[in-house]
Design a protein around this ligand. Structure first.
Ligand code: C2E
Ligand code: CA
Ligand code: CA
Length: 558
């Protein structure tokens, strides 16, 4: 503690003088004799009768929020016992209107003439109306003030954790707003068990709370995940105690800050991004903000914008390519797979493996999918005049099946042309999500009823539900390219493909082998009994004119 003798009367004069030229309120507390002097303006704002008291503690108890008294007194006690040399607290004071306002109080403990003084200033950070009535927490605006206030100290760093309730909207819709409020209360109570300073926990818009954690010796980013786990365990215990009359999980996003570099808005944006990532990665988890992921995400958004623009500008830069599919029976062209290409002004040529997930994410695959079906149908209609049983394979994404009226879209686009429905095979890569949505089965049934056929795409790579084969929903199984590469040399690939072909045939379905590039691979899969073959050996995907030129020239086109 600092020892410095000063003249109290002179200090008082100084206080009033400086007090007039600052928004802060200055004070001297004589802790030994329980006296207090405040700068004059304090009585205009706070519920104090005078600016000088000889019963300082008693007056403080009147003005400080009851929940904050203990925290303040503990700090003062530490100062008096020499455990602390400075004072820096955020808590609430009552205003002349009877409302509570958040304040930041900073000062130094000083020994002078044998007495201990606390000398410093009080600054206002938030109004009580900035309180959330339900949880009793301060709102975002106060967090911003606290952050900016904290930024005034040198080398100020720490982290902010945004905690959100998973599926809060559904909880509210299913069980009502009262249950929603209760969930938020359980969440805030669980956080308060670990953080007992009021100006460290905040109610954010929606179902989120923010925890503000300045760094100290024992507190760094490593503490964030531990804190998250503690809160989560505490919530689980509460739910258990309540015998599961309520159930929810939480996700959290953490962003580190250095007040010299990061503005409050920047920090909040980062924490929001991390929380968003936690929810995307399956919820019930905590993610820490990473700059590279954020840059990738921004890049992804801008590619998505360009995709959106191209689609709205009449599918600018999109072109449908066609890759031949051969029939092994008579070594003749059986049909083609329609494969989308995109060449944009901004990004040039981009592969479908890159842009299709972006289209799926944004549901843009739905309007583009309609265009693909229409364009493929138009080509098919043209080609059946030369090859009467030509079959067009069209890829469908699960987003189209789950999120749009795909049966209507397909029928509308295909019925414009005269080729019958059995000229189309829809290729689908199975996903677990798709299997879990009952409506998908109905979509399949509708397609089959309308004489369309299905192919299981990329068979063997990811998730394969053999039930579909048994139910005869699918007609064709397309074996992924990875099993075919060097099949003439690699025993494992040979055995695998041989097994798949046998199994599929036993179920009465057909096999198409993808990715056949060499003569050796071709003769091998032919020997194994494949029904259809697709691959660079017969031809790469090419544009409509080239396809006609290379694969249909032998036939007279109508
Ligand atoms: P996919 O449906 O498995 O299409 C076959 C992919 O294998 C195509 O890649 C094709 O160019 C490639 N391929 C075919 N034969 C060979 C070969 O012998 N060697 C090699 N190395 N590759 C071969 P592409 O066109 O890049 O398409 C990639 C994926 O993008 C497609 O895989 C499909 O999942 C998706 N896709 C493409 N067009 C569409 C579309 O119109 N709609 C939807 N939903 N997805 C599409
Ligand atoms: Ca395909
Ligand atoms: Ca495939």
């Amino acid at each position: 503690m600092i020892r410095r003798d000063f003249d109290l009367e002179e200090m008082k004069y100084f206080l009033h003088l400086v007090g007039q030229s600052t928004d802060d309120y200055l004070y001297i507390l004589d802790l030994t004799n329980d006296k207090a002097v405040y700068s004059k303006s304090i009585t205009n704002v706070f519920a104090l009768d005078s600016e000088e008291f000889s019963n300082a503690t008693q007056e403080l108890v009147k003005v400080v929020h009851p929940d904050d008294i203990d925290m303040l007194m503990n700090d003062i006690e530490d100062g008096m016992n020499g455990r602390k040399s400075s004072h820096n607290l955020e808590y609430r004071w009552k205003t002349v209107d009877g409302e509570y306002v958040a304040i930041n109080c900073r000062g130094q403990y000083i020994i002078s003439h044998g007495a201990i003084y606390l000398i410093g200033r009080i600054s206002e950070i938030g109004k009580q109306s900035r309180f959330d009535n339900n949880t009793g927490l301060y709102r975002e605006i106060v967090l911003e003030n606290v952050y900016n206030e904290y930024a005034k100290t040198r080398n100020a760093s720490g982290f902010i954790m945004l905690v959100g309730v998973d599926n809060f909207k559904e909880i509210n819709e299913k069980y009502g707003a009262k249950t929603g409020d209760e969930v938020l209360n359980i969440l805030t109570d669980s956080i308060k068990k670990y953080i007992d300073t009021p100006l460290r926990i905040f109610r954010m818009p929606g179902d989120e709370c923010a925890i503000f954690m300045p760094y100290s010796m024992e507190n760094d980013i490593g503490q964030a995940k531990i804190l998250y786990k503690r809160i989560r365990n505490r919530i689980d215990r509460t739910i258990e105690k309540r015998k599961y009359d309520i159930f929810f999980t939480i996700s959290a996003g953490v962003a580190e800050f250095d007040t010299e570099k990061d503005s409050f808005n920047e920090l909040l944006k980062n924490a929001k991004f991390a929380l968003h990532a936690a929810k995307l990665n399956g919820k019930n988890r905590c993610e820490i903000f990473a700059e590279t992921e954020y840059t990738e995400y921004i890049e992804k958004l801008s590619v998505q914008d360009e995709l959106r623009r191209c689609i709205s500008e009449g599918f600018e830069g999109f072109e449908l390519y066609f890759q031949p599919i051969y029939n092994t029976d008579n070594d003749s062209l059986s049909g083609a797979e329609a494969l989308i290409r995109w060449n944009s002004k901004k990004y040039g040529f981009t592969g479908p493996n890159t842009f299709i997930p972006l289209l799926e994410d944004s549901a843009l695959i739905i309007p583009l999918g309609r265009w693909i079906i229409n364009t493929a149908a138009k080509a098919c209609n043209r080609w059946i005049t030369s090859i009467p049983d030509f079959v067009m394979h069209i890829n469908l994404s699960f987003v189209q099946i789950v999120k749009s009226n795909i049966v209507k879209d397909v029928l509308e686009n295909i019925e414009r042309y005269s080729a019958a429905n059995n000229h189309y095979v829809f290729e689908i890569t199975e996903t677990i999500e798709m299997d879990q949505i009952p409506a998908v089965q109905n979509v399949f049934k509708e397609f089959v009823k309308n004489d369309f056929r299905f192919a299981i795409d990329d068979f063997g790579t990811g998730y394969s539900n053999y039930g579909y084969m048994r139910d005869r929903t699918f007609d064709i199984v397309k074996v992924d390219r990875s099993f075919v590469t060097d099949i003439d040399k690699l025993k494992d690939n040979y055995l695998m493909v041989s097994f798949i072909i046998k199994m599929v045939h036993e179920m009465g379905l057909h096999v198409c082998i993808e990715g056949v590039e060499t003569k050796e691979e071709l003769s091998c899969v032919k020997k194994l009994g494949a029904d259809y073959i697709q691959g660079y050996y017969y031809g790469k995907p090419i544009c409509l004119q080239d396809f006609e030129e290379q694969h249909l020239k032998r036939f007279v086109l109508g």
